[in-house]
Design a protein around this ligand. Structure first.
Ligand SMILES: [Zn+2]
Length: 248
């Protein structure tokens, strides 16, 4: 889906608000920077709760990028279990980044006991990671490093992880996080297969009072004959056409 090419329409009686649907990709010029900001805020929130340490794990040197990404979740799970068995629970936030040769690299900031570098390196290798493991106290520069890793693919698309790969992971206790949702007073949400400007026009023509339209740089020339199909609501597929005032 192209970012903002479809709309979310909130409906309450005869009122509605129209918002662009976001693609949520790290490489997107709109969504990427937002995701980076959110990740850094999450990192900062967890770091403020206690002393943190920071380590990096690599992939084995012989491995190609795709294989290393495919193996990553299993390795990471094994590695975490090994740590917790030996040192007890840790709270962490991990960012996966693509190394120059294309393989996955993971940067981990955690709160918990000190882990000796030798142990880290040996167990990393036993879990399938590369031998190179580096551990240090976290410091203020850490956020700058993370920001750099996270923004890399905005300028370099080859740095992007495979599709659907979750590149930021954290433990449940890493930080307290309140979801800041949009507090818009609409009870019913629909997805429309048109950008916000068109969706808003369509809604207005159907007799809705459009209270708010959030559109971005996408320039849309409105075509009055453009057939706009109401697609589905968020809860699942429903028959077409919401309660349209003009149908009455
Ligand atoms: Zn986007």
């Amino acid at each position: 889906m192209k970012c903002g090419a479809m709309s979310l329409v909130g409906i309450e009686g005869a009122r509605c608000g129209v918002y662009p649907m976001r693609c949520g990709k790290w490489s997107c010029p709109v969504c990427g920077p937002r995701k980076v900001r959110k990740t850094l805020a999450r990192t900062r929130a967890g770091m403020s709760l206690g002393t943190c340490r920071f380590f990096t794990l690599t992939s084995p040197g012989t491995e190609d990028g795709d294989t290393s990404y495919a193996n990553f979740p299993e390795r990471w799970k094994r590695f975490r279990m090994r740590i917790e068995r030996r040192f007890g629970r840790i709270e962490y936030l991990a960012v996966v980044e693509r190394q120059k040769r294309g393989a996955a690299h993971v940067h981990v900031v955690y709160r918990g006991p000190y882990i000796p570098q030798q142990w880290l390196s040996r167990v990393a290798a036993e879990c399938g990671f590369g031998r190179i493991a580096d551990i240090r106290r976290s410091n203020p520069q850490l956020l700058r490093y993370l920001a750099k890793y996270l923004t890399k693919e905005l300028s370099d698309p080859t740095a992007a992880p495979p599709r659907y790969f979750r590149r930021v992971r954290w433990s449940r206790g890493w930080c307290v996080w309140e979801k800041r949702g949009r507090t818009v007073p609409y009870g019913d949400w629909w997805i429309l297969d048109a950008p916000p400007a068109v969706a808003a026009m369509a809604a207005a023509r159907r007799g809705f009072k459009v209270e708010e339209v959030v559109a971005d740089g996408l320039r849309v020339r409105f075509n009055p004959h453009w057939a706009v199909r109401w697609m589905r609501d968020l809860a699942g597929y429903r028959p077409l056409s919401p309660l349209a005032p003009d149908a009455a």
